[in-house]
Each structure stands twice: as structure tokens, then as C-alpha cells.
Design a protein around this ligand. Structure first.
Ligand SMILES: [Zn+2]
Length: 186
């Protein structure tokens, strides 16, 4: 089993869409072997990120927050996405080796549950994605509150901030200064 972890500073990166590093583990006979580290260049599109994940031979991806479109794209490749996870590499490694592990224990603050829930901000979109058969969303944790409806979107490239608009995810907003897709500030 090949598992890719989106990391930052030895922990799961808070936002997969802008994560710069992957740690690839191979799980065999209850032991995790570190296979390789993959650097993701800046400015990769979601689709390019998904292709990297696929090319590595990933069967399971463990990440922090991830946009719905990107998560759906990766799941459509037959890869299990365990998202909205927060924790150190060690914690995640131990969790992966425990087949009965309850991922809620490593859920990001404000996110819990391994149920797929409707996107409160985009109920229509969420319904369509489900209708399109998101592989049942097995094993993926979805943030119940979404990322909330207030706060700001921040540019991972230049730091520009704009107020978050209700119903419009930050990753769909391009920075007015440099054009980079913005990220939700947690
Ligand atoms: Zn910018």
C-alpha cells in the first residue's frame, strides 16, 4: 500500500492545495517504510497535483484541508483521500498502521466525523458531486462547518488578503496582485 502524506515541517500541511512537499510511505506487513520525498513546485494547478499523486502510485492520500474539486478529482482516480487531518508524521504513521484507527482523533479543529456531509455553502454543488459518485467518500473526513463563512482568503505567494465571500471558496479566487489561487486562512 503506497500512502502519500502532504506535509509541512514534519506535520500534515494545513492546506493540500498549496502544500509543497509529499512524503511517500509504503506500508507492508505492519511496517511503514519511507519511500521518497516529493517536492511540489509553486504554481502547480490542482490537476497537476492530482497527476503527481497518481504518478507516485498513491493508493491513499492523507492531507489537511483540500478543495472539493481537487478531492473529487483524486478520488476519481481510485485513490482514497483522508482529508482534514492534522498531526505529526509520527502520529499519522501510527494511525495508518492501525486498521481500526478512528481518524476523528486526528481531525482538524472544527472538523470531525468520517461521514460525508453536504457542503453547507454550496448544497447544489455538493449534491452534484455526490450524484457523480464520489466513490462513496469512504474514509474521508469532511469538515462539517466547511471553512466557515467569515474570515479571509490569503495569497500563499505574496500574502495579499481579501475578505472571504460567502459561497465562493478561496481556491476559486485568484490573487489580484500575482494571480495565484488563494487559500483559506485558518
Ligand atoms: Zn498574490
Amino acid at each position: 500500500m503506497i500512502v502519500a502524506l502532504a506535509v509541512w515541517d514534519e506535520r500534515i500541511a494545513p492546506v493540500f492545495d498549496v502544500a509543497r512537499q509529499l512524503v511517500v510511505l509504503s506500508l507492508e506487513d505492519g511496517v511503514a517504510h519511507k519511500q521518497e520525498q516529493v517536492r511540489l513546485s509553486e504554481g502547480l494547478t490542482g490537476q497537476q497535483r492530482a497527476l503527481v499523486i497518481e504518478e507516485i502510485g498513491t493508493q491513499k492520500l492523507v492531507c489537511g484541508a483540500i478543495s472539493r474539486t481537487l478531492s473529487a478529482l483524486i478520488e476519481a482516480m481510485g485513490i482514497e483521500v483522508i482529508s482534514f487531518i492534522s498531526g505529526s508524521l509520527g502520529e499519522v504513521e501510527r494511525a495508518l498502521l492501525d486498521s481500526n484507527f478512528n481518524w476523528e482523533k486526528l481531525a482538524m479543529p472544527g472538523c470531525y466525523g468520517t461521514k460525508v456531509e453536504a457542503d453547507m455553502e454550496n448544497p447544489d454543488k455538493a449534491m452534484n458531486q455526490r450524484g457523480a459518485g464520489r466513490a462513496g467518500g469512504r474514509g474521508s473526513a469532511v469538515c462539517r462547518r466547511g471553512a466557515g463563512t467569515s474570515g479571509s482568503c490569503v495569497c500563499p505567494q505574496c500574502g495579499e488578503k481579501v475578505p472571504h465571500q460567502r459561497g465562493r471558496p478561496c481556491f476559486e479566487v485568484n490573487c489580484s496582485k500575482c494571480g495565484t489561487a488563494m487559500a483559506r486562512e485558518f
